[in-house]
Design a protein. Structure first.
Length: 756
């Protein structure tokens, strides 16, 4: 939201009161409280009228400083904030002079200017990260007497801003206005299913605006050298997160807001769905599954979308017996084929649902101020919304999911949760509906995920569309409704990179696009992109997404890249375990992986999958693609070609290839299984060595299916000889590969000296 009219004037009707002077300081063990005036205090008469601001500085984690600014402490409804399960009050190191107060937590220090000329300077050592300068912190009122608070943090020359949730607009957010409000808008607009009020700077720090309610960001769009964030009301709360690298920022952020549990290995395989409005029943689903098997197309998860339930009755969690007369038997038959089963759900209950009367009677739904159930015809006729602040409603909702899990279902696609009313509605616990609008999706996914953890233990996974800050704790998330074209494929990637910059470790998208029918080239290129994402799902709106209905070559492409992903699973699952442990996402931007390479700062059409794989999806009919390789010797995984980096390359690829490069000095564990993602990764693994420099030691980890370590070790090169040392665990029937040549099979050795 803009409050100024150019550089000199305010918008008509706006009155601004800017932080001007730090008048008093109260230093306590775990916080510093500042009395900040909005005009210079020259004499006692200047103290008689306000407003003043109370600014509190705290640290919820080492290297994180929280700033809370308040005008009227009792002047608004209770604010809700970003969940921070990792927060704990830190003791502050405070030094003070006549003109300055310095407050340090871990690597981060904030310098507070005392007296006239209020300002905050955030720094790591001598390196200034950002600052709140003159006319940055402000309390504003409009002609309608609506109050706002805003803060403006500085941007340096050449500094870029990323993140702010799953944003499909340009990857670099400079110049954009971003409204932090969850909406169901699809991927082709500025709206977001997953708003996260966090931005990551290319200079190696982050800012988390610690608000649940709507926040408006002006990213170098109102003041070209500042990021402004504002919201209606009497207070504003934010945290500055230290680096020094972007990865370090994400690690600190997720240590504070929570990290993603490791999804089960089977969830990394191919998911196929019935699609949305297609006509399907048990025979249709079984036909597609059997045809996938006949064509040797590996499949791990089958998903039943909305119409597994009867029309007009969503969600009653009852199978439509017209198409599924024996759901228990059907699930048993499908699971006998080696499949996991996913079901579509949402948090809405239609008026025709058999559960509506129960929910109305027991008070399980959101209500209007007069006590009536809040209803709408949008999405489902007469539907109500489950109130997850009511413990009884949570238990009721979970009881129906528990019944489905007992029937043989493995996981749920938690759709919707964005169109939640923010006025004229009451929550069971009394929460302000404005504050709850974004948090609703978070509570919804938490309710489902925690039940899965209870029933499935370490195999809990959801496929979620909406969420909010800290929602990475309930994986996996997918990108929502996209179109079936290259432009939408590219915007989906931008959304995923933006979300992962906010600490979301796992992300997926609808292979082929959701709306429309993908042309063969789009479908096949999206298969490549999809199978080289953390999670991979074929899904569409009104047409089946099975490959043979596109063209026969699509079957070859799907088979090739599904099998490739399965063989990459020892590497991918080790990367996933690391992501869950550190918070650094599996799928990450070039700038996150290579922050010191200026060419990576704006790249949004390629990404890293773990530390060692660089992927550049193809967005053209012709197969032409531009890819940037950072410095070093990169090896194309599919062709074996070794090329020098530090430059751009224009390449041409058929549908069985794309730019897929292995980083220099990599040992890539290569699995023995092509038909499924969950197997014994230590059995028959090949340790593939890529561009290992002489005298260099490259480490590797081969994981177990629970995310532990089956074996850990390193390979080092001396001249033409390669020494492999296993320092932990053991491998069975393993080999080493260098330049396409393989050593003999090793049975139980923990060391191999080999010259190819």
């Amino acid at each position: 939201m803009k409050f100024t009219d150019g550089q000199w004037l305010l918008q008509p009707g706006v009155v601004a009161h800017y932080a001007t002077e730090t008048y008093a300081v109260d230093v306590r063990p775990d916080q510093v409280v500042l009395l900040v005036t909005t005009r210079p205090i020259k004499h006692r008469g200047d103290t008689l009228t306000g407003p003043t601001l109370t600014v509190t500085l705290q640290s919820p984690a080492p290297g994180v400083i929280r700033v809370s600014a308040v005008h009227y402490v009792a002047g608004q409804e209770k604010r809700l904030h970003v969940p921070m399960p990792g927060a704990s009050a830190q003791s502050l190191q405070v030094t003070e002079t006549d003109r300055q107060l310095s407050i340090t937590s871990g690597a981060l220090t904030v310098d507070v200017k005392k007296g006239e000329g209020y300002g905050l300077v955030f720094r790591e050592g001598d390196r200034v990260l950002t600052r709140s300068d003159g006319r940055a912190l402000g309390y504003l009122q409009t002609a309608s007497k609506t109050s706002y608070m805003h803060e403006q943090l500085s941007l340096g020359v050449g500094e870029y801003v990323y993140g702010l949730g799953e944003r499909f607009t340009p990857w670099v957010k400079n110049g954009q206005v971003v409204e932090n409000t969850n909406k169901d808008g699809g991927t082709a607009c500025e709206q977001a299913y997953k708003s996260v009020p966090f931005y990551l700077s290319s200079r190696g720090y982050g800012v988390l605006v610690n608000e649940a309610g709507p926040v408006s960001f002006e990213v170098a769009s109102e003041k070209t050298s500042r990021v402004q964030f504002s919201r209606e009301g009497e207070s504003l709360d934010y945290c500055v997160v230290a680096g020094p690298t972007p990865k370090d920022v994400v690690k600190r952020l997720t240590a504070l807001t929570g990290r993603a549990p490791l999804p089960p290995a089977w969830s990394f395989g191919l998911w196929m769905t019935t699609s949305f409005t297609t006509q399907y029943d048990e025979a249709t689903a079984t036909h597609f599954i059997d045809e996938m098997a006949r064509r040797e197309l590996p499949l791990s998860v089958f998903h039943f979308d909305c119409f597994w339930m009867r029309e007009f009755q969503w969600c009653d969690f009852e199978w439509d017996r017209r198409g599924f007369p024996d759901p228990e038997g059907m699930l048993a038959r499908l699971k006998a084929k080696g499949l996991r089963i996913s079901l579509w759900i949402n948090p809405y209950v239609a008026q025709r649902s058999s559960l509506f009367e129960i929910g109305q009677r027991e008070g399980y739904f959101l209500k209007r101020p007069d006590g009536r159930v809040w209803q709408t015809d949008l999405w489902q006729p007469g539907m109500a919304i489950v109130d997850f602040t009511n413990p009884a409603a949570v238990a009721w909702y979970q009881s129906h999911l528990r019944r489905l899990l007992a029937m043989g279902v493995d996981c749920f696609k938690t759709d919707f949760g964005e169109r939640i009313p923010d006025q004229d509605v009451c929550y069971f616990d009394g929460s302000d509906p404005v504050e709850m609008h974004n948090l609703y999706a978070l509570h919804y996914n938490e309710v489902v995920f925690k039940l899965l953890q209870e029933v499935k233990q370490d195999e809990a996974v959801v496929f979620a569309r909406s969420t909010y800050a800290s929602g990475q704790r309930f994986p996996v998330h997918w990108g929502g409704d996209c179109w079936s074209n290259f432009e939408s494929m590219a915007e989906s990637l931008r959304g995923g990179l933006s979300l992962s910059s906010c600490g979301f470790a796992y992300w997926s998208h609808d292979i082929g696009g959701f709306e429309g029918n993908p042309p063969p080239a789009v479908y096949k290129r999206w298969i490549q992109f999809g199978l080289l994402s953390s999670h991979s799902r074929l899904h569409g709106s009104s047409s089946y997404r099975v490959p043979w209905l596109v063209d026969e070559e699509s079957c070859d492409v799907l088979r090739h890249f599904t099998r490739l992903k399965h063989q990459l699973m020892p590497y991918l699952y080790a990367s996933a375990a690391e992501s869950s442990a550190t918070g650094v996402p599996m799928m990450r931007s070039a700038v996150l992986q290579h922050p010191d390479d200026p060419a990576c700062a704006t790249l949004d059409r390629q990404y890293h999958l773990g530390d060692s794989l660089l992927v550049a999806p193809v967005f053209t009919d012709s197969g032409e693609v531009d890819v940037y390789l950072p410095a070093g010797r990169w090896t194309h995984l599919l062709s074996g070609e070794v090329v020098e980096g530090g430059r751009w390359r224009r390449e041409q690829h058929d549908f069985l290839s794309l730019p897929l490069y292995v980083a220099p000095n990599t040992v890539l564990p290569w699995g023995a299984e092509t038909e499924k993602p969950d197997y014994d990764y230590a059995q028959g693994v090949v340790l593939r060595v890529f561009a290992l420099d002489e005298g260099h030691r490259a480490r590797f980890v081969v994981p177990t299916l629970d995310g532990g370590v089956a074996a850990r070790g390193h390979i080092e090169r001396e001249g033409d000889s390669y020494r492999t040392v296993i320092t932990e665990g053991a491998l069975a029937q393993w080999q080493v590969e260098v330049n396409g040549k393989r050593s003999g099979v090793q049975s139980s050795a923990d060391r191999l000296d080999w010259t190819p």
